[in-house]
Design a protein around this ligand. Structure first.
Ligand SMILES: *[C@@H]1O[C@H](CO)[C@@H](O)[C@H](O)[C@H]1NC(C)=O
Ligand SMILES: *[C@@H]1O[C@H](CO)[C@@H](O)[C@H](O)[C@H]1NC(C)=O
Ligand SMILES: *[C@@H]1O[C@H](CO)[C@@H](O)[C@H](O)[C@H]1NC(C)=O
Ligand SMILES: *[C@@H]1O[C@H](CO)[C@@H](O)[C@H](O)[C@H]1NC(C)=O
Length: 467
């Protein structure tokens, strides 16, 4: 009722925010002679649903509390890690000393050391268990945050955006805090960013939905987003986005950081078409940003393009034998798919010679030329999308409307492919963009106009995991 009274007051005060909205005449209201509002109104649909917004704000406050708790836990994990690491180093040093001169130590002293090792093992296992619980909590928080952005986006699309502004700011603060928390958690959980000392992907997280695209337009379902895979110094926090209502690629926007991406405040939007002499437009999706340079499928002639965001100039090179007949399953025009991983820059395509089977090329970045070519056994038009991690290609396909799976991998080190099944959840049925970024080990997906990302878990090389 407080909400209704407040609204009533606002309405009588003819607040400009409600101009143009249908007045709530349908309801159970009485406006007294003194113009005092004594209404017990119910709100017609066309009026802003204040209750929903209030609920949203409460949810944000609640999630914030949960997040604060997790942050304090992570701070504790971090300090425990420092102490345990030091203990391991001290013990290792002690064991080395004993091993070099075993005769100087009594059986009792050696038993003491064994007990110390057992104690430390127990502490580490306890820490690992706590970190796992924290992972689950963060995943559930991420899910709740996702629900908020869906509601928030819907409210913004339906009503005056200014009414939701404060809530959106609160949401962005929460989102940033969550990102930071996830980053710190990820560092504890996976201190090996950049390392390829693992046996490939074991699973993906639930989809993390950041936002509807930079145009706030669900018709812009072609496009992509992500971060530079080898950023120039000072541009480590930068994000990029390109989205279009069709497969023509004519611009790309860059954002200073995540906040600006979410606020839709680009630091720059680069136009790929100036005039017919400088027409660097692309086609399809599956471009990437690397060294502040966009690598993408050039529109005309059919070739691989490279647009340098620093110099704002483009060049292209024809990919030998590449065909423009074989796109991916979810969209046309995706004949060249670029990917970057810990090992460099790649392009995936198909040729007439391969009869549409996916071909993988390693690109020499400096020369912008094909260095090596690998042929896989999967038919490119049946593939949803593909990406590279540590020199291994991963290809996806649809299982059902909510589920996708990595069904094939190709290892360039062994030149062998194999069929696998790593299922993961989709936010919406179709997507046109999926790429891995080695700087944060995340997958970036452009899912029917939404920015979506996934954490990636790797199979450990050692069966026994000890920090
Ligand atoms: C207004 O609400 C009161 C109490 O809820 C109810 O008794 C009354 O019938 C309602 N009047 C109208 C016009 O709906
Ligand atoms: C490791 O050894 C150093 C030097 O002996 C000692 O000062 C320190 O407290 C030890 N660290 C731990 C965590 O036991
Ligand atoms: C982009 O252009 C800048 C300025 O001309 C140059 O220094 C840089 O090497 C170029 N980057 C690439 C990847 O070609
Ligand atoms: C990209 O950046 C890396 C490291 O910053 C550099 O070694 C490499 O030469 C750059 N590539 C090009 C094509 O400029």
């Amino acid at each position: 009722m407080i909400t209704a009274a407040l609204l009533c007051f606002l309405f009588l005060g003819s607040s400009s925010a409600f101009e143009g909205l249908e007045p709530w005449s349908v309801g159970n209201e009485t406006v007294g002679p003194s113009k005092e509002c004594t209404c017990e109104a119910f709100l017609p649909d066309s009026i802003f649903p204040m209750g929903e917004l209030e609920l949203l704000e409460n949810t944000i406050v609640q999630i914030n509390h949960k997040l604060e708790l997790e942050i304090s836990k992570i701070t504790m994990f971090e300090s425990k890690l420092v102490i345990y690491t030091e203990k391991i180093m001290n013990l290792t040093a002690l064991i080395t000393v004993i091993e070099n001169d075993p005769d100087s130590y009594t059986q009792g002293q050696i038993e003491d050391v064994k007990i110390l090792i057992k104690q430390l093992e127990a502490l580490i296992m306890e820490l690992q268990a706590s970190i796992m619980i924290s992972t689950e909590v963060l995943i559930s928080i991420r899910k709740e945050v996702t629900t908020i952005i869906v509601v928030l986006t819907r409210l913004e699309a339906t009503y005056d955006k200014n009414l939701v502004l404060i809530t959106r700011r609160e949401y962005i603060k929460l989102q940033q805090k969550l990102e930071e928390c996830e980053r710190r958690h990820n560092e504890i959980f996976n201190p090996n960013i950049g390392s390829c000392n693992h046996d490939g992907i074991s699973r993906l997280s639930k989809p993390m939905i950041s936002q509807l695209n930079g145009h706030l337009n669900s018709a812009h379902r072609y496009g992509g987003w992500g971060k530079d895979s080898n950023p120039l110094p000072g541009y480590e926090n930068m994000y990029w986005y390109a989205g279009f209502p069709d497969t023509l690629v004519n611009q790309i926007s860059v954002y200073a950081d995540y906040y600006n991406l979410i606020m839709r405040q680009p630091m720059r939007t680069h136009q790929l078409y100036i005039n017919s002499a400088t027409d660097w437009r692309g086609i399809g999706n599956n471009y990437i940003l690397r060294n502040n340079t966009l690598y993408y499928q050039f529109r005309s002639p059919f070739s691989m393009g490279k647009y340098n965001l620093t110099s704002e100039t483009g060049v292209y090179r024809v990919v030998p034998k590449a065909s423009d007949k074989f796109s991916y399953h979810y969209s046309g025009g995706q004949n060249l798919d670029f990917a970057a991983d810990e090992n460099g820059l790649w392009v995936m395509y198909a040729t007439d010679e391969s009869k549409g089977k996916l071909v993988l090329g390693k690109i020499d970045e400096a020369a912008f030329a094909m260095k090596e070519v690998y042929e896989t056994s999967i038919f490119k038009p049946s593939v949803g999308n593909a990406f590279m991690v540590c020199g291994v290609l991963y290809a996806t396909r649809s299982v059902d409307v909510k589920t996708e799976e990595i069904f094939y991998t190709y290892n360039t080190h062994t030149r062998r492919g194999s069929y696998v099944s790593i299922k993961f959840e989709k936010f919406q049925e179709t997507y046109v963009y999926l790429d891995y970024n080695p700087t944060d080990q995340k997958l970036y997906m452009y899912n029917n106009g939404y920015y979506v990302s996934y954490h990636v878990w790797f199979q450990s090389k050692n069966t026994q995991l000890l920090i």
